[in-house]
Design a protein around this ligand. Structure first.
Ligand SMILES: Cc1cc2nc3c(=O)[nH]c(=O)nc-3n(C[C@H](O)[C@H](O)[C@H](O)COP(=O)(O)OP(=O)(O)OC[C@H]3O[C@@H](n4cnc5c(N)ncnc54)[C@H](O)[C@@H]3O)c2cc1C
Length: 406
C-alpha cells in the first residue's frame, strides 16, 4: 500500500513484532483502523529467531483470532518439563498439576509469519522499511507519527499511538523526562544460543543446573534443536567454535542413559540477561506494550507471552473507547497489566537465580541453596505446582475497574 493513501488512522502502531501484529489483528476484528509502521524489511522480521515457548493463553488467543491453523498443525504441545541437576533428571508434569494446561513450542518467527499473512490478507496497512519514526503530540488529543518511507517524508495523524517497537524502539523515549519510572536488574551472565539441524534429544525441554553453568535444551521443530549455555554477558562468540560449544553442552547435560544429539549449527548468538520495567505503561495518548516497556530474562520464557497479554488488554480498552466513548479501560491499561508483568518478572528472576552459576559464589554457598530449592521443587507437589502454573502462564487478566485505577 502506498503511504500516500492515508494521513489519519485510529491507532498508529509502531513495530511489527508479536505485540504490534497481534494488536493490529485484534483491532481489525473489531472494525478499528490501524496502520503498522516497521523499520525492518518483511524478510528480516520473518526470519528473526527468538522465542519459541507459547503459554496456553497465548495459544488460545491466537486460535480464537483465526491465526492458529498452522500453529495447531505444526506446534509441539508439551505437558511437562525436565529439571536436571546432579546429573539426574526430574519431570514436572504440567498437565497433572495445572488441570490439563501445557505449553506449545512454535517459533516466534512462525507466529510473526502467520500474523503478517493475516494482516496482508485483511488489506490493513503494514509498512516495512520505514525510517525515522517520530511520535509527536502524545500529550494532546491528536498525536502523530512522523516518518520517512520510500524516501518521502510523511505524517500520520492518529487518535492514539501504540508503542510496540521493542526495547530499542523510539516510543518509550518520546515520553517526557520524569514521567516514567525505570526499574532494571542486569544479570552478570548471558546466554550463548544455537540452532542445530538435528532432531531434539528429548521430547520436552530440559533446564539443567551444573557447576559449569546453566544449560537449556529446547527445540523449534522435530528437526531443529535449540540449545543455550550460560556464558559471560559480553561473551565473544568468535571464541566459541562449534566443537567447543558441543563439548560444553555434553559436559553440562551429562546424565546416565541419555546423550545429546549433534548436528550442523545453523545459527549462534549471545543474549545478555536483563530485567526491566517502565511504569506506568502509558502517557497521554501513547500506550506502550511488550518489550518496549518491559524485558524479562529468557529463562522463564515469558517475553513474547507478556507482549501478547498486554495488547489483549489494550485492544479491549480501545474497543470500549472507540465503540462507546468509555475511557476507563484506557486509563486503567497500565494498572491492569502491571501486576501480571511483575509476577512474570518475579518468575523469570526466580528461575534465573535458581539455575545460573553465580560468578561471585566462591565457596559454593549459592550453589548449595540452588540445589536445596531444586530438591524441594522435585519433592513437594505444592512447590512443583507453583512452577507449573507460572510456566504454563497465569490466566489473562481483564480490564481493571475504576477503583483499581491509580
Ligand atoms: C534470544 C532470545 C530468546 C527469547 N526466548 C523467548 C522465549 O523462549 N519465550 C518468550 O516468551 N520470549 C522469549 N524472548 C523474548 C521475546 O522474543 C520478546 O519478548 C518478544 O519479541 C517481544 O515482542 P515485541 O513485539 O514486544 O517486541 P519485538 O519482537 O522486539 O518487536 C518490536 C518490533 O519493532 C520494530 N522496531 C524497533 N524500533 C522501531 C522503530 N524505531 N520504528 C519502527 N519499528 C521499530 C522492530 O524491528 C520489531 O519488529 C526471547 C528473546 C530473545 C532475544
Amino acid at each position: 500500500m502506498s503511504t500516500k493513501d492515508f494521513t489519519h488512522t485510529q491507532v498508529g502502531i509502531v513495530g511489527a513484532g508479536p505485540a504490534g501484529l497481534v494488536l493490529g489483528h485484534l483491532l481489525h476484528r473489531q472494525g478499528i483502523e490501524s496502520v503498522i509502521l516497521e523499520n525492518r524489511s518483511r524478510e528480516y522480521v520473518e526470519g528473526r529467531v527468538r522465542a519459541g515457548v507459547l503459554e496456553q493463553g497465548t495459544v488460545d488467543l491466537l486460535i480464537e483470532m483465526g491465526v492458529g491453523e498452522r500453529l495447531q498443525r505444526e506446534g509441539l504441545v508439551h505437558h511437562g518439563v525436565e529439571l536436571r541437576f546432579g546429573g539426574v533428571g526430574h519431570r514436572i508434569p504440567f498437565d497433572e498439576l495445572t488441570g490439563g494446561r501445557g505449553i506449545t513450542i512454535y517459533g516466534q518467527q512462525e507466529v510473526v509469519k502467520d500474523l503478517i499473512a493475516a494482516r496482508i490478507e485483511s488489506g490493513a496497512p503494514l509498512l516495512f522499511e520505514v525510517d525515522d519514526v517520530r511520535p509527536t503530540g502524545i500529550d494532546t488529543d491528536s498525536p502523530a507519527l512522523g516518518f520517512r518511507h520510500g524516501g518521502e517524508e510523511r505524517e500520520l495523524r492518529c487518535d492514539v499511538v501504540a508503542g510496540c517497537d521493542g526495547f530499542h524502539g523510539v516510543c518509550r523515549d518520546a515520553v517526557p523526562d520524569g514521567a516514567l519510572t525505570l526499574r532494571e536488574h542486569v544479570y552478570p551472565f548471558g546466554w550463548l544460543g544455537i540452532l542445530a539441524e538435528v532432531e531434539p534429544s528429548s521430547d520436552e525441554l530440559i533446564y539443567c543446573h551444573h557447576d559449569r553453568g546453566f544449560a537449556l535444551h529446547s527445540m523449534r521443530s522435530p528437526q531443529i534443536t535449540r540449545l543455550y549455555l550460560q556464558c559471560e554477558p559480553d561473551e565473544d562468540i568468535e571464541r566459541w567454535p562449534d566443537e567447543r560449544i558441543w563439548a560444553e553442552l555434553h559436559a553440562r547435560f551429562e546424565c546416565k542413559g541419555w546423550s545429546l544429539k549433534e548436528g550442523p549449527i545453523v545459527e549462534k548468538g549471545v543474549t545478555p540477561m536483563r530485567s526491566f520495567v517502565a511504569e506506568p505503561m502509558q502517557h497521554g495518548r501513547l500506550f506502550l506494550a511488550g518489550d518496549a516497556v518491559h524485558i524479562v530474562p529468557a529463562t522463564g520464557a515469558k517475553g513474547l507471552n507478556l507482549a501478547v497479554a498486554d495488547v489483549r488488554v489494550l485492544a479491549d480498552a480501545l474497543t470500549r473507547w472507540f465503540a462507546a466513548g468509555d475511557e476507563s479501560g484506557l486509563r486503567g491499561y497500565s494498572a491492569t497489566c502491571l501486576p501480571r508483568v511483575w509476577k512474570a518478572q518475579h518468575f523469570a528472576w526466580w528461575m534465573t537465580s535458581m539455575f545460573h552459576r553465580m560468578p561471585d559464589d566462591r565457596d559454593g554457598f549459592m550453589a548449595r541453596l540452588q540445589r536445596a530449592q531444586l530438591d524441594y521443587l522435585c519433592s513437594s507437589r505444592a512447590a512443583a505446582t507453583s512452577l507449573a502454573e507460572n510456566y504454563v502462564g497465569l490466566k489473562h487478566v481483564v480490564l481493571a475497574t475504576e477503583d483499581q485505577i491509580v
